[in-house]
Design a protein around this ligand. Structure first.
Ligand code: FUC
Length: 773
């Protein structure tokens, strides 16, 4: 039986949570661990508080902390709209409707790209290097990351002395904390210094080690961000000797290293902050507190969020093997616990990379060791940023979505200029990327950037966030963003000549080259699917808020003129207006944009639109199972939506293999991209629970590889929390708690039943969906 305490719907921000301290994997299973230090960056362990991040290497002779602060990006405030770009629009549209796609591409490239035609990169601060002594023989080395405490620990024995280091990043105190201890007095020796690829200088003030720097220019946009990192060594016993650019500590009993970092960034158009004052104040405040207090407050705050979900998919002997060896899995032994660990790791990463008041999670979350990160480490919004947030609400981490909402509130402002200059349209638009400075124009190349749907897709992620939590305050913030996007499409959609459908033009099916030499086209399926969701949900929002805005009947009329989803000659869901799918350049392309309607949307699903679901399935079969990290993760979610648990599981096995998972369990695109971690975690949850429009599907795509297990604290659309237990592949108990009174239809293994839920009261059902209590 599940414990009743595990059934509460935790109100956002409350400490109690489902399954807290009760059910769940056996002690110690929420652990990544290794028998050797990290050499490569993708072996180091990530810690973070949403704003500050560090990659901890755990070297014996030298500890390396690679540092990040989430507002340290290249450049400075800029507005890249291409003045007058809209002058080419008529001609571009004519060329596209005449089938002269490459000519349209060339004209866009020449006259319509953003200026500059690329965005700014997220950047590293540099490394704090802590040399700890001569590398003599060590034994008993162990390095781990405890997901339940959000603490990474390194320990080893040298010359008969046991050395231990613990590191974490505190939300309350806004500092990175590293504590070094030894089990014999006066054994600690430490030499601290900085290294950085930035234009930065280190110095010592008192005994604080400081790195001051300025970010770099990119694409002709000056680097105007200044940043400071201040390190305080709180030493117990021993002596501290400051040097010019380093600090030396000898014969200490224990050392607590406190690291603060800040930039002058305030908002995307204001960089008047004082990083030196901020970092100094944070260090002074943290240094007043004991290590025990810093740690206790950190663990409490982390557990407040992390312990809302427990997940047990079954345990085998593989659970006792070091994490890197589990990923290699040379014996091929069953390891269902690895999927559970992957899911919980993503929840850990979410808590560590995206919190109210911080920047949203980019392509690498907050962890990046470069000045020019792969794809700039930006917000790529033709799948990647959306995927980042898929598991937040199902995984009971609603507040982690706040930075995404704040980001969209910004681009809904900057995107107005882009709408006007690039389309002569009202409202706002954002193309396939944005950055810290909230750039919204088409970038990289015409064939990659000409996609006016990025902002509208982000709005659907935020709608899901609202749908899970049913928080009216969120709806009120969303509504003007949605009507602003609708206003853009009212002006920017055009009539396609053959059928008279209203379509986007120019656009593309993200990054997939069609048979006519470019990606540029009119009205790809994904655009229409996103528009359907945007228009329908705007009407729902207006009704719930009692709004009667003049644009509502206009979007209703426009909605009726959108193209339908079409089934092509192979029985597949058509990716484009024309049946080009089988002549496309890359049949196995990583993007599966036209399947947006099946997942993350549910406008196509096996229950309500079985014919379109079958067509989507055909498209999936043609695309194949293997892709980049996020491409693989998307496929797993899609197969889960088709209720094909074993197929989904077989792709999940590929995602968890060394081809797609680094030793530190970061997702390999390759290179590292965090979207695959988040998408893969969401797929695990989709296999256990799905639901929309008043329906809930329990064990929706349970694979035969997970015959026994349970989960507590999952969330479903409609303000519902669910605990599920199963054995022999069959439901044994389902407990549902709703935020408000409602009747939902619950489905499981052929049974369906209407269940009346009372706000805050838990309904417990047995395997046949009969009420137990
Ligand atoms: C999209 C993808 C690439 C990569 C990049 C960040 O452009 O097509 O695979 O993930 O985003």
């Amino acid at each position: 039986m599940l414990a009743a305490a595990g059934l509460a719907v935790p109100a956002i921000g409350e400490a109690q949570g489902a399954g807290q301290g009760k059910a769940g994997a056996p002690q110690g299973d929420l652990m990544l661990w290794y028998r050797q230090p990290a050499v490569e960056w993708t072996e180091a362990l990530p810690i973070g508080n949403g704003r500050l991040g560090a990659m901890v290497f755990g070297g014996v002779a030298q500890e390396r902390l690679q540092l990040n602060e989430d507002t340290l990006w290249a450049g400075s405030p800029y507005q890249p709209a291409h003045t007058g770009a809209a002058a080419s629009l008529d001609q571009v549209r004519k060329l596209i409707f005449a089938g002269q796609y490459t000519d349209a591409d060339a004209l866009i490239e020449k006259t319509m790209m953003a200026t500059p035609p690329r965005q700014m990169s997220y950047q590293t601060i540099g490394d704090l290097l802590l040399t700890t002594g001569v590398s003599s023989q060590t034994s008993g080395y162990r390095r781990d990351l405890d997901l339940d405490r959000a603490v990474t620990t390194t320990s080893y024995t040298q010359d008969g002395i046991r050395f231990t280091r613990e590191a974490f990043v505190s939300v309350r105190d806004q500092v990175i904390v590293l504590r070094l201890t030894a089990d014999r007095a006066k054994s600690l020796w430490l030499h601290g210094s900085f290294t950085s690829p930035q234009k930065a200088d280190s110095r010592v003030e008192g005994t604080d080690l400081i790195l001051d720097g300025v970010n770099t220019a990119q694409q002709g946009i000056d680097g105007k961000l200044s940043f400071t990192t201040r390190v305080r060594f709180v030493v117990e016993g021993g002596q501290v000797s400051p040097g010019d650019r380093e600090v030396l500590i000898r014969d200490a009993d224990a050392i607590t290293v406190l690291i603060a970092a800040a930039t002058n960034f305030k908002t995307y158009n204001d960089i008047s902050g004082d990083p030196a004052a901020v970092a100094r104040a944070q260090i002074e405040a943290a240094a007043m507190r004991s290590y025990a207090d810093l740690l206790a407050d950190h663990v409490t705050e982390h557990r407040r969020l992390f312990r809302r979900v427990s997940l047990d998919l079954g345990r085998t002997a593989m659970a006792d093997v070091p994490t890197d060896e589990r990923i290699l899995n040379k014996t091929g032994a069953a390891d269902p616990g690895l999927a559970a660990l992957y899911c919980q790791y993503a929840r850990y990463l979410m808590i560590s990379t995206s919190r109210p008041g911080t920047q949203a999670a980019g392509l690498q979350g907050i962890w990046n060791d470069k000045l020019n990160a792969p794809w700039g480490g930006k917000y790529t919004i033709n799948i990647n940023t959306e995927m980042n947030y898929w598991p937040a609400d199902p995984g009971n981490l609603a507040e982690c979505v706040e930075p995404l909402l704040a980001l969209v509130e910004d681009i809904a402002v900057t995107g107005r200029v882009t709408a006007r200059e690039h389309y002569g349209a009202g409202g706002w638009v954002c193309h396939h990327n944005t950055d810290l400075w909230r750039a919204t124009g088409p970038i990289d190349a015409a064939k990659f950037g000409t996609w006016p749907m990025g902002g509208a897709w982000l709005l659907q992620s935020l709608w899901d966030h609202y749908d899970y939590g049913q928080d009216e305050a969120v709806l009120k913030r969303l509504y003007p963003l949605m009507t602003g996007a609708c206003a853009f499409y009212l002006d920017a959609l055009v009539k396609e000549p053959r059928h008279g459908w209203m379509v986007t033009c120019p656009s593309m099916s993200p990054e997939h080259t069609h048979p006519y030499g470019t990606m540029i086209c009119a009205g790809p399926a994904i655009d229409t699917q996103i528009l359907r969701d945007l228009f329908d949900r705007t009407q729902i929002a207006a009704a719930r808020l009692g709004r009667k805005d003049a644009l509502l009947p206009r979007i209703k009329a426009l909605r009726a003129q959108l193209a339908p989803d079409q089934v092509g000659k192979m029985g597949q869901l058509q990716e484009w207006l024309d049946d080009w799918d089988m002549e496309a350049v890359d049949l196995h392309h990583r993007h599966v944009s036209h399947l947006y309607g099946l997942f993350p949307s549910y406008q196509i699903n096996i229950h309500d639109t079985p014919a379109l679901a079958a067509a989507a399935r055909k498209s999936l079969e043609i695309r194949g199972d293997q892709a980049t990290g996020w491409g693989t993760a998307w496929r797993i979610n899609l197969w889960a939506r088709l209720a094909e648990g074993d197929h989904a599981h077989s792709i999940l096995q590929f995602l968890l293999s060394p081809e797609r998972t680094y030793p530190n369990m970061f997702d390999a695109h390759p290179p590292f991209q965090i979207d695959g971690n988040f998408g893969g975690a969401n797929a695990v949850m989709e296999m256990l629970l799905q639901g929309w429009n008043g329906n809930l599907y329990a064990l929706s795509a349970l694979p035969s590889a997970w015959p026994v297990g349970h989960v507590t604290g999952l969330r479903a659309r409609g303000g519902i929390a669910a605990d599920i237990a199963w054995a022999d592949g069959k439901l044994t108990q389902l407990s549902l708690t709703s935020l408000h009174d409602q009747t939902i239809r619950v489905h499981c293994a052929g049974h369906s039943k209407d269940i009346a839920l009372k706000a805050g009261r838990t309904a417990v059902l047995d395997g046949q969906l009969q009420p137990v209590a």
